[in-house]
Design a protein around this ligand. Structure first.
Ligand code: AMP
Ligand code: MG
Length: 319
């Protein structure tokens, strides 16, 4: 059930959370499927509804540092510096958890992932429920993340969804673990360059390391309904051949790259990195008549590095 996110609807959703019922709500990254992080039964309902593997931990959403006390054992200086600069915002910090956080939330890990969302509806909901809210993206496991309330309703008919319009970033949060050195476990809406301005020693975990430390990174993600073939930027000629061989194939590329593929009308991903990030999941969800999605890779810089990470994980094949 889609409800415009009025104060009355937010109160109703908060009451549902307190009763142990999952609800979906907008954040600035993507829509979340939330449950009280202190209620293991409610959290299990989120895993069950999504079909999410139980080794894939959830992010706990709070309204600010005061709500974090009691959930994490310590806030190292590096974490505090990042929180001061980027919260509320699309940055998730992985910190040692206290016993108050049930094991089901963290998939048995001794750490918990936390963030303060930068969205008035998300903040009002957590405030009204007066509990930290564990919330993965509100999609069936493996599907592209939902950037609009209608995407959530398509995956979960009958679920209470607070409709707050299209998500501003359209890409999930960046996940950082505060070990030595601090490490990006998942690329996301805050770029590595922005984070390094605060923490120059920050490294990006290799795929193998990210998979070991952040179990969710092992699973297949973001898969559209059609096969998706990702062509590297050095393979424009191969992509032109593939297009010529299959008139039903759909081309997806950045606006600036469209002239490389004359005679074919592409699904344009956007002109700026923010626009491309914003439209990506919508483009992957849109049902089209094409046989296969052929995607021309993006330059791996800033925000587009995270977009490429999502495309690689959505791809059935990389050429
Ligand atoms: P999602 O909620 O679908 O955006 O996924 C959240 C992701 O955050 C998970 O798939 C993990 O990769 C990461 N994550 C959550 N909790 C932890 C944790 N305690 N340690 C490491 N990574 C985590
Ligand atoms: Mg997700």
């Amino acid at each position: 059930m889609l409800l415009p996110a009025s104060p009355a609807a937010i109160r109703r959703a908060a009451a549902a959370l307190r009763r142990g019922e999952p609800v979906a709500f907008p954040t600035e990254t993507v829509y979340g499927l939330g449950a009280s992080a202190l209620d293991p039964e409610a959290v299990r309902k989120v895993f069950a509804a999504k079909g999410r593997p139980d080794d894939n931990p959830l992010i706990v959403h709070v309204t600010g540092l005061p709500m974090l006390r009691g959930l994490v054992r310590s806030l190292p200086p590096a974490a505090r510096a990042l929180a001061e600069r980027f919260w509320p915002g699309p940055l998730t910090l992985v910190l040692p958890k206290t016993r108050a956080v049930p094991g089901v939330v963290t998939a048995g890990l001794p750490t918990v992932a936390v963030r303060v969302p930068d969205h008035p509806v998300a903040l009002a909901l957590i405030e009204a429920a007066a509990v930290p809210v564990a919330a993965p993206s509100a999609n069936r496991s493996g599907r592209p993340s939902p950037t609009r309330a209608a995407h959530v309703a398509a995956d979960f008919p009958g679920l209470l969804v607070l409709d707050g319009g299209a998500a501003r970033h359209g890409l999930e949060s960046t996940v950082v673990s505060l070990g030595d050195p601090p490490r990006v476990l998942r690329l996301g809406a805050i770029s590595v360059e922005e984070l390094r301005a605060v923490l120059p020693g920050l490294v990006v975990a290799t795929k193998t390391r990210a998979r070991a430390e952040s179990p969710g990174m092992r699973h297949r993600h973001y898969a559209p309904a059609r096969p998706l073939v990702l062509f590297r930027r050095s393979r424009a000629a191969a992509l032109r051949e593939a297009l010529a061989a299959d008139p039903k194939a759909l081309l997806l590329c950045a606006d600036a790259d469209a002239p490389l593929f004359p005679g074919r009308r592409p699904v344009r991903l956007g002109a700026t990195p923010a626009e491309i990030a914003h439209g990506l999941f919508d483009a992957l969800r849109t049902e089209r008549r094409g046989s296969v999605l052929l995607v021309y890779a993006l330059p791996r810089r800033g925000l587009l590095r995270a977009v490429m990470d999502r495309l690689e994980r959505a791809a059935t094949r990389v050429v």
